[in-house]
Design a protein around this ligand. Sequence first.
Ligand code: ADP
Length: 184
Amino acid sequence: MKKHLLFLGPPGAGKGTQAALLSEANSYLHLSTGELLRTEIDLDTDLGKEVKDIMNKGELVSDQLVLEIVKKNLDKENKGWILDGYPRNLSQVNSLNDVLMNLNQPLEIVFYLDIPDEVLIKRLIMRGRKDDNEETIKTRLKIYKETTEPLIDYYKNLSLLEYINANGDLKTISADIKQKMASR
Ligand code: ADP
């Protein structure tokens, strides 16, 4: 069973939901950089204060900062892990490669959750998180297309990519993920 997984896709594709389901079913660590950052904001920590405005604008927080969070959470003891929301640009990919090399835990599958823009804009507006207003969504999508989308080809070239049609109901999507995981 593969145990070092990554979810890639635009905001609103359902990465968090699917990563949570899969990690729970397998007792893997679900490492969502967005969730961890939001917790820091809720707890009003120094780190939370530092990232609050950036996140509410829909921009990316610094690579260094998210790298610290990732390093703090991944270790030799993890039974398995699912990364969600990290990496988001090629510099983060390189940092992650270093971290995983040191841990001797190479990435095994990258699930790419694909979904049309119209659908995810609707979903995000319905979700109504603090950074889910029309203006912020536009910014996040733009950043996604410019800096995160190139990662799809990067992982495809490494033969790590599994394509998932994320425009459907939750159960169909999780069944597809499960099936693709079993066939690897
Ligand atoms: P979504 O995928 O719906 O945008 P996330 O919870 O993954 O939601 O991310 C929310 C916000 O957290 C991002 O807009 C960004 O400001 C910050 N963030 C999360 N992960 C990263 C990352 N890897 N690098 C930089 N910023 C990040």
